[in-house]
Ligand binder design. Structure first.
Ligand code: CAO
Length: 245
């Protein structure tokens, strides 16, 4: 226990409850903390939960594994989710928009730039893959790996972390059945991905089959997107992902 008696009562509290240590926030922690609190205070968040059968995505990933290996990286299904999401966003422009500064209109974007969360030793980073609508999956996958590597090694230039029109955050193998991601201002929606798990799935005839299901959670700004629009977006996204191949 510290000997000195501070005017703010630290020594008294230490005597009562135990010692404490201060861990200063890193620069990234400070930025993320400020942005998350601003978003949470300003945006009426709603989260829509759903799940997609992984069968088609797994087959597609397996089919292209060697091609990716030849290009120098390990393929996961995330680049296909990013690509399909961009295609579906093009048909649902309100989820790819932002509210203008005056707060009286929507800025609709004729491009899809998707930011994706990367867990790094310095904290959470969010590089952005730009013009996904114009890129083939292999280029998206290579860029995703390159941006994730740069984020983890602290070599991500500022311009590679800005300009997103939508975000994806994959907790992937880390775990969880679902979570409520926080929207990155000025975007209006973010897709969360949790750990794939075996579930019983009803067939159209009412019987059940076992399927590996990937849980998805879409948080959206209820000032811009209503529940029906979010539900339709998720329906199209799931249909697109299950038809991958
Ligand atoms: N369910 C089960 N397994 C999963 C999975 C999921 N949803 N997503 C990925 N995996 C598996 C892959 O199949 C792969 O398995 P093998 O090694 O056996 O082939 C392995 O996990 C690869 O995962 P990965 O995390 O290295 O690769 P990725 O392309 O799925 O994700 C990236 C890349 C950068 C998004 C990820 O590494 C990352 O940093 N995620 C954390 C993001 C985060 O912190 N989000 C929270 C932000 S909000 O606080």
């Amino acid at each position: 226990m510290p000997e000195q008696t501070e005017p703010d009562g630290t020594a008294r509290r230490a005597a009562l409850f135990g010692d404490i240590r201060l861990e200063p926030f890193s620069r990234i922690n400070q930025i993320v903390a400020r942005r998350m609190a601003e978003s949470w205070k300003a945006i009426p968040h709603v989260t829509h939960f759903d799940a997609v059968d992984l069968k088609a995505l797994q087959a597609l990933t397996e089919k292209h594994t060697h091609e990716a290996q030849r290009a120098g990286f390990k393929l996961t299904w995330l680049p296909f989710v990013i690509k399909t999401c961009a295609d579906v966003l093009a048909a649902h422009p309100r989820l790819n928009a932002s509210i203008n500064d005056a707060g009286d209109g929507l800025i609709l974007k004729d491009y899809v730039n998707i930011g994706f969360a990367v867990d790094t030793p310095a904290g959470l980073m969010r590089p952005v893959i730009k013009r996904i609508d114009q890129k083939p999956w292999l280029e998206i996958a290579a860029e995703m790996n390159e941006l994730a590597d740069r984020s983890r090694s602290g070599r991500l230039p500022f311009e590679d972390a800005e300009g997103a029109s939508f975000s994806i955050t994959s907790l992937g193998r880390i775990g969880g059945h679902g979570f409520t991601p926080i929207i990155n201002v000025p975007e209006v929606a973010i897709l969360g991905i949790s750990r794939a798990e075996p579930r019983a799935r009803a067939r159209p005839d009412g019987s059940f089959e076992h399927a590996m299901m990937l849980p998805l959670s879409l948080s959206y700004d209820h000032r811009v997107v209503d529940g029906a629009a979010a539900g339709r977006f998720m329906g199209d996204l799931i249909a697109g992902l299950e038809a991958s191949g």
